[in-house]
Design a binder for this molecule. Structure first.
Ligand code: GAL
Length: 540
């Protein structure tokens, strides 16, 4: 028997069509940032399906094969979904006499290798569930013997690789230990997976049967490819669970938990607000399903469907396979959206995209239809003429100022806003001096541009360019003139000491060839908005 689940079903009707009204002022487009390249098992957020949310322990090889078939026939595979993940309850509760994990023969009589072969024959990838500490969650809550990887890391990793496993969900499910100890245990298994030589995505969950350690520790990306940010997601708009507690969260609690973890998501490393509840037992309304899919895509979160793909309504299929929304999730810049405005239940989220566009979500968490309005500067776009598309209705148009929509209760208006040419009204506001780094490291220069500003805050971008020799690592430093501070940064490691700021490159910036550039960005607080900065770039 698995542990009891709490369900709060939000019964909210889709009451109005989203509408958008745009008014504005003249200006200029934003510039696209360079796309980072990474060597990771999952350079973009994994897309797939997992058995748990609908089936719990009621799984067997027939329904997993049928699901793989349905992933292809429904168009999910063509839209990009590829991992078919068998969650808890596939294994026997004891290892065999040689110490190997064994599948339950009543449920998987053909064995896991045969199942993996079948999934691969469909052009899909094979995922499996495991536990690092002592027991799987089902074993823990059902008081069964345990089959964790603890002490068996190499044996289990090799067995999985021999079965053709491409993805492991590693689930802590134990009340013991702090985040640092958890990370060390997860790392042992990550090392064993890497040693197999097979690229296997490691998806970890440090939070089950445990206080919510995920938000308290920034190092999960060093021990996994994706990490759960909370206890399980419930198919509900809100459960009222407090972020640090061991309780199931709804959509809105998941947003609040992941928001401060924004900088941890980057290419190859993902905050994971849990598998999708879109279409699971029809618990969420169509409006809520769209908001759920929208916000997970805004986060560049892994999108692991949890519904029964074999019996999927056209509505649910359309939500899961909306190409415009998936493109936000899979955008190569891999940026988790920032909540740029929070008016209680009315929120504005913005996510920069690789082509210089910005994805904008106007989210109504409350009751009743409400107008939500933002503007180009608030979402990090420079002034100018911009085209937009609302990604659920397909409505298109242009704006030079506001972005505004009537949004139904629990609904979202989701835009891709794209600069549409024109000459910038003001050039990049600062071009800073360059400095020469020590030979043979080469030299670099850096320029600073204000890419957005609002009351009490601003967004800046720094472009680092290598001189006549390649630069493999660099450091940019400056001081803010009026006590402004940095609140968030991406694509560089940024530290501050008083007003002095230092940004150093991160591995995924790679080596800059002679004359090549990489950019990093930051959000600043304070005023006035610094329009120029004295940057010092050093190749290190
Ligand atoms: C939980 C986990 C769920 C599911 C379940 C299996 O800890 O969060 O996603 O894997 O265990 O028992």
């Amino acid at each position: 028997m698995s542990r009891p689940r709490r369900w709060v079903i939000a019964a909210v009707a889709f009451t109005a069509t989203l509408g958008a009204a745009f008014v504005g002022v003249p200006g200029a487009p934003a510039t696209a940032e360079p796309v980072p390249t990474v060597q990771e098992p999952a350079p973009l957020p994994p897309l797939g399906w997992n058995s748990w949310n609908t089936f719990y322990c009621n799984i067997n090889e027939t329904m997993i094969r049928q699901t793989a078939d349905a992933m292809v026939s429904s168009g999910m595979a063509a839209a990009g979904y590829q991992y078919v993940v068998v969650d808890d309850c596939w294994m026997q509760d004891r290892r065999d006499s040689s110490g190997n994990l064994q599948a339950r023969t009543d449920r998987f009589p053909s064995g896991m290798k045969a199942l993996g072969d079948y999934i691969h024959s469909k052009g899909l990838k094979f995922g499996i569930y495991h536990a690092p500490r002592e027991k799987t969650c089902n074993q823990y809550f059902s008081n069964l013997p345990g089959t964790s990887s603890y002490g068996y890391e190499t044996r289990d990793a090799n067995l999985f690789a021999s079965w053709g496993v491409d993805f492991v969900k590693h689930d802590w499910c134990d009340p013991r230990d702090n985040a640092q100890t958890q990370a060390a245990v997860f790392k042992k298994f990550q090392d064993a997976l890497k040693a197999t030589g097979r690229p296997i995505v490691l998806s970890i969950n440090p939070n089950s049967a445990h206080s919510n350690t995920a938000p308290t520790y920034s190092g999960w990306g060093a021990v996994s490819d994706m990490w759960r940010t909370s206890e399980d997601l419930s198919a509900s708009w809100s459960t009222g669970c407090a972020p640090s507690n061991d309780c199931f969260v709804g959509i809105t609690e998941a947003l609040d938990i992941i928001e401060p973890m924004r900088e941890w998501t980057k290419p190859g490393q993902y905050n994971d607000p849990d598998m999708l509840m879109v279409g699971v037992r029809n618990a969420l309304t169509a409006t809520e399903n769209r908001s759920h899919q929208s916000m997970w895509a805004m986060f560049s979160a892994p999108l692991i469907a949890g519904n029964d793909l074999r019996n999927m309504s056209a509505d649910v299929r359309a939500i899961l396979t909306n190409r415009d929304v998936l493109a936000l999730d899979q955008d190569p810049l891999v940026r988790q959206a920032d909540r740029v405005r929070d008016d209680g239940n009315l929120e504005v989220w913005a996510k920069p995209l690789a082509d210089g566009s910005v994805a904008v979500a106007l989210l109504n968490r409350g009751t009743g239809t409400q107008r939500i309005t933002t503007n180009l500067a608030q979402v990090g776009l420079r002034s100018g003429t911009h085209t937009y598309k609302e990604l659920w209705t397909g409505a298109t148009g242009t704006t030079t100022g506001d972005i505004s929509a009537q949004v139904v209760s629990h609904g979202v208006a989701l835009y891709r806003v794209t600069p549409s040419g024109g000459t910038p009204s003001s050039p990049p506001v600062s071009s800073a001096p360059s400095s020469t780094g020590p030979d043979p490291a080469g030299a670099c220069s850096a320029t600073y541009t204000v890419t957005g500003q609002w009351n009490g805050g601003f967004q800046g971008e720094v472009k680092v360019t290598a001189g006549s020799r390649p630069v493999s690592s660099w450091q940019v430093s400056w001081s803010f003139p009026n006590g402004q501070t940095i609140t968030q940064a991406w694509n560089a490691r940024v530290t501050s000491s008083g007003s002095a700021i230092t940004a150093t490159n991160v591995d995924y910036n790679g080596t800059l060839g002679s004359g090549a550039s990489a950019s990093f960005g930051f959000l600043g607080a304070g005023s006035p908005v610094p329009t120029s900065l004295n940057l010092t770039c050093t190749a290190t």
